[in-house]
Ligand binder design. Sequence first.
Ligand SMILES: [Zn+2]
Length: 285
Amino acid sequence: MKFSRIPTLVFVSSFLILFPVIHGWGEDGHLTVCRIAQSRLNDAANSAVKNLLPKYAENDLGSMCSWADRVKFRYHWSSPLHYIDTPDNLCSYQYNRDCKDETGEADRCVAGAVNNYTSQLQSYPSSSEYNLTEALLFLSHFIGDIHQPLHVGFTSDRGGNTIDVHWYTRKQVLHHVWDANIIETSEERFHDSNVDEFIDAIQQNITGIWAEQVPGWETCSRNETTCPDVYASESTKAACAWAYKGVSEGSTLEDDYFLSRLPVVNLRLAQGGVRLAATLNRIFG
Ligand SMILES: [Zn+2]
């Protein structure tokens, strides 16, 4: 979703780069997906990820999971790869119909990107054709994005980016509520404003109340390495059932909305992390 806010100064590697903040899941959402994933890697995937991460990441995949948002300006071609626009109010997704960019070029959407970077990584350990470090960082980010319901939202409102709401007393767009506000409010209210505690709570659900569902999340049909069409279909259904539901231009969203949608956000972050790990384990294992 392309929109910009006040430019922010951020250190990336040793360079000081000026860029406007853009949204996928926010930092903490992507960090959550990648932390969960890295904790579930098999030995082969663990060592491949370690080899491919830049040294300054110190083997922390989470620290690099918003990289794809930061390079949208340098890699302008990558902007449409963060989302899918589906037909308004249909609440369904079909690869052949929906996976294209605004010019109509096929495969240029987040599902196409997940397939593309998965197959690039299958050439590990050596590829003369591809930058496998970038492939890992793109894949880790895009498996997160495809689980954010409004990244598979409606075309005319650009996944909720043109729907103005109030998040409690603050002006916001609906897309950003799902990228960041629900997560931030949860951290503030339930986890001492601490992202590590927020992630721990999701990890406990993965090994607790969701344990029986996890093998189903991990599995793709027909021996596929990854299955982004499944992830995208779930997202667009959740967008209709939860994100857009009851919201119109100018709505004020507060406790009713927050408390009923937070379980959906937690579930999507958990599924994103589990599936990123399962995908990397199949690629490298
Ligand atoms: Zn993104």
